[in-house]
Design a protein around this ligand. Structure first.
Ligand code: FES
Length: 101
C-alpha cells in the first residue's frame, strides 16, 4: 500500500492502490475542495504532486484540458479526483484554500 503524505499538514497515511487521491485524502479526514464531487469538472481539487508522480496514473485528456483553465498550474499539477494512486509513496501539496474556488 502506498503511503500518502499531505503538505502543508505533514499528515501521513496509507491508501489503496487504484483509489483516487481525492478519495484517499478524504478518507484520511483531511479537507480538500471537491465542488463537482469528483467529476473532473470544477478544478477545485487541484493539487501538486510533489513526490511520486511517476507512480500516479497518467493525465487523461479531459483532466489536462481542465488543468489548462486553472491559474497557477505547473508540471506537478493534478486533479485529485482524477489521479489514481499507484504502488509508490507520494507527497501531495493541497492548494485552493482561500483562493476563491
Ligand atoms: S472535484 Fe471537481 S475537478 Fe476534482
Amino acid at each position: 500500500m502506498p503511503t500518502v503524505t499531505i503538505q502543508p499538514s505533514g499528515k501521513t497515511f496509507e491508501a489503496a492502490v487504484g483509489s483516487t487521491i481525492l478519495a484517499a485524502i478524504m478518507a484520511a479526514g483531511e479537507s480538500i475542495l471537491h465542488k463537482c464531487e469528483g467529476k473532473g469538472e470544477c478544478g477545485s481539487c487541484h493539487i501538486f504532486v510533489q513526490e511520486g508522480r511517476k507512480s500516479v496514473s497518467k493525465i487523461q485528456r479531459a483532466e489536462n484540458e481542465k488543468l489548462d483553465t486553472i491559474p497557477g498550474v505547473g508540471s506537478k499539477s493534478r486533479l485529485a479526483c482524477q489521479a489514481l494512486l499507484g504502488e509508490e509513496n507520494i507527497t501531495v501539496e493541497l492548494l485552493g484554500f482561500g483562493s476563491g474556488f
